[in-house]
Design a protein around this ligand. Structure first.
Ligand SMILES: NC(=O)c1ccc[n+]([C@@H]2O[C@H](COP(=O)([O-])OP(=O)(O)OC[C@H]3O[C@@H](n4cnc5c(N)ncnc54)[C@H](O)[C@@H]3O)[C@@H](O)[C@H]2O)c1
Length: 246
């Protein structure tokens, strides 16, 4: 139990990677607050966790809601923050609305900073850490995915910049860059419109059955959140079945 007694916050915990991460952290002994806009999904996640979590619905597009989530999670102190909430919308760039572009940046990027900013005073006290969720789309361009790729490149920037600023205060900040993961987001139907699939599929996984399961990503969250990763900060960890290998 590498996280025994650690107080953790996991966002996006109603589904997919966030759910698997909340379950995994609790199995490691962490006392977890789970946040998501989907309150019913949070209840389902809670039923699968080894230790009962604090359930705190929130809306990542509302910064006051992000701050309230952190305040609830940190009421007894805070050691670990896993930012997992996110949305994906993609399609031909000439038809992509600015409203969708702004919403993706707000939920995937600005909320990550809002949560980190609210959590850092607590993490300085506990010498804790943050694990953000970026993507292989943080490290390469992906056709028809401009807003999402921009949002995840920005998460990489937030991660590395905060890591430099807070390293001397004992806070570690890292990010995970999953490739394709079998979740509702990962398996969402393609957008309407003309899409050249050869462009989309340029970086298929190289491993046989190379798509990840949410538990594969949760494994990395549990490692980076623990003291086993005590020398790791400002790092971006790819877990992608070799998508970016070449
Ligand atoms: N699935 C993939 O292939 C993949 C690949 C790379 C990165 N990611 C990233 O992993 C993270 C988790 O994605 P997932 O695949 O588990 O998807 P998912 O759709 O299963 O889960 C995303 C969660 O975020 C929540 N969410 C959405 N909007 C929200 C809001 N406004 N406020 C609070 N919560 C909100 C959803 O309710 C959902 O529970 C995301 O940041 C995503 O960008 C996923």
């Amino acid at each position: 139990m590498t996280l025994a007694g650690k107080r953790a916050l996991v966002t996006g915990a109603a589904s997919g990677i966030g759910r698997a991460t909340a379950i995994r952290l609790a199995a490691e002994g962490a006392l977890v607050t789970i946040g998501d806009i989907n309150a019913a999904g949070l209840e389902e996640t809670a039923a699968k966790m080894a230790l009962p979590p604090r359930i705190q619905p929130f809306d990542a597009s509302d910064y006051a809601s992000c701050q309230a989530l952190v305040a609830a999670a940190a009421s007894d102190g805070l050691d670990v923050v896993c930012n997992v909430s996110g949305i994906l919308k993609w399609g031909p760039s000439l038809d992509f609305s600015m409203e969708d572009f702004d919403r993706i940046l707000r939920i995937n990027t600005s909320s990550v900073f809002a949560i980190c900013q609210a959590a850092l005073p607590h993490l300085i006290k506990s010498k804790g850490n943050v694990v953000n969720t970026a993507s292989t789309a943080a490290l390469q361009g992906i056709a028809y995915t401009v807003a999402y790729a921009a949002s995840k490149h920005a998460v990489a920037g937030i991660t590395k910049s905060l890591a430099v600023e807070f390293a001397q205060l004992g806070v570690r900040i890292n990010a995970i860059c999953p490739g394709h993961v079998n979740t509702p987001m990962g398996n969402a139907p393609p957008p309407p419109g003309d899409v050249d699939w050869a462009l989309v599929m340029r970086n298929a996984p190289k491993l046989e059955n190379g798509s990840c399961e949410p538990e594969d990503i949760a494994e990395l969250f549990a490692f980076l959140a623990s003291d086993r990763a005590r020398k790791i900060t400002g790092a971006l960890f790819t877990a992608d079945g070799g998508q970016l290998a070449g």
